[in-house]
Design a protein around this ligand. Structure first.
Ligand code: SAH
Ligand code: SF4
Length: 334
């Protein structure tokens, strides 16, 4: 679905057509041009040929989440997840790449290797699928998190384009503050986000406050030290004045010891800027690691909070449908 070709497809048409067609895609949320009641038969035919709206996907659902398994034009498969929050708001967790080249030891996507970047349109259709599904019941996509397959900052140009379209008031109209990017800590990506005018949220996958352990878990830490990462985060905090979230996936016997919580407090205190918060995530066992017990997660949180650090525990949703946000990967690569 090449939305970016719309001007070419509509060349020779009156100017207002573009807005009309755009609204059918992103506000009308139709999946067939025949439903666009105010367009001529000829234009509907042209659009059905040049910009077909059907998306090839299958849905797997459990109680509070659904996973869309999407087949792309070249046969590659990606996944996105819709999560219904307790307050009824809807979050879509999108993928930015087919696979991921960064190979974190605990991540199913990383294990499956890297195929290619997604185009902006391939990122956008992930949200369109769920926006269309929610519309008949009066629901909408409220939040978007780039926490699916892939590292968004390795595909920043397309991620940026997709965010601009998500945010478009004439389209899906999702506030920048309701869009979050999660990164394993690419410095050039954080720099790019500092320069990006939209106020999207930044989440940093930390998982350890020690360079040594971090580089065993995440190969990127061999090139980017915590000192450099924290320097970039500090700059972001000072320039953007937006809260940064540190993600910390809790793995038993790996990073859940009380001493490691103290280490994390030190790291954050040394940052010398804020506001930040820590999001303690339940590990979805996809490889050799085990999730920390609820007791050790609670103990870890308590130490952080008593140390003056804001922290929350986030259950990983969608585990049952093999699509927990943050570890999306085709079943075949497990
Ligand atoms: N590449 C980016 C964004 C995608 S991963 C990043 O690494 O931040 C989104 C989040 O899911 C990251 O915090 C990642 O560490 C986490 N994650 C990966 N595998 C997971 C698993 N098996 N269980 C829970 N979270 C996981
Ligand atoms: Fe890539 Fe993120 Fe998975 Fe690491 S955790 S392999 S950076 S998707």
């Amino acid at each position: 679905m090449d939305f970016f070709n719309l001007d070419k497809i509509l060349s020779g048409q009156p100017k207002y057509r573009r807005g009309q067609v755009w609204r059918w895609i992103f506000v009308g949320l139709i999946d067939d041009w025949d439903l666009a009641s105010d367009l001529s038969k000829e234009l509907k035919e042209l659009l059905n040929e040049k910009l077909p709206l059907k998306i090839d996907y299958q849905l797997v659902a459990d109680r509070r989440s659904s996973k869309a398994v999407i087949r792309l034009f070249d046969g590659e498969v990606i996944e996105s997840v819709l999560i219904e929050n307790k307050d009824g708001r809807h979050t879509v967790c999108v993928s930015s790449q087919v696979g991921c080249p960064l190979g974190c030891a605990f991540c199913a996507t990383g294990k499956g290797g890297f195929k290619r970047n997604l185009s902006a349109a391939e990122i956008i259709i992930q949200v369109l699928i769920f926006a269309r599904l929610l519309k008949p019941d009066g629901g909408r996509v409220d939040n978007i998190v780039f926490m699916g397959m892939g590292e968004p900052f390795l595909n920043w140009d397309n991620v940026k384009k997709s965010i601009e379209i998500f945010n478009d008031p004439q389209g899906l109209n999702i506030g920048a503050r309701s869009i979050s990017i999660s990164t394993c800590g690419l410095l050039e990506g954080i720099e790019a986000l500092i320069k990006f005018p939209l106020q999207v949220n930044l989440a940093i996958s930390l998982h350890s406050a020690s360079d040594d352990l971090r580089s065993r878990l995440m190969p990127i830490a061999n090139t980017v030290s915590l000192r450099e990462l924290m320097k970039a985060v500090k700059k972001y905090l000072l320039v953007k004045k937006r809260k940064v979230m540190f993600e910390y996936v809790m793995m038993e016997g790996i990073n859940d010891d009380p001493a490691q919580a103290v280490e994390l407090i030190e790291l954050i205190k040394n940052l010398g800027a804020g506001p930040v918060m820590v999001n303690l995530l339940t590990y979805n066992p996809t490889g050799k690691f085990k999730p920390s017990s609820p007791e050790s997660i609670k103990r870890f949180k308590k130490i952080l909070v008593e140390g003056g650090i804001e922290a929350i525990i986030r259950e990983s949703v969608g585990g049952k449908i093999l699509g927990a946000c943050g570890q999306l990967a085709g079943k075949k690569s497990n």
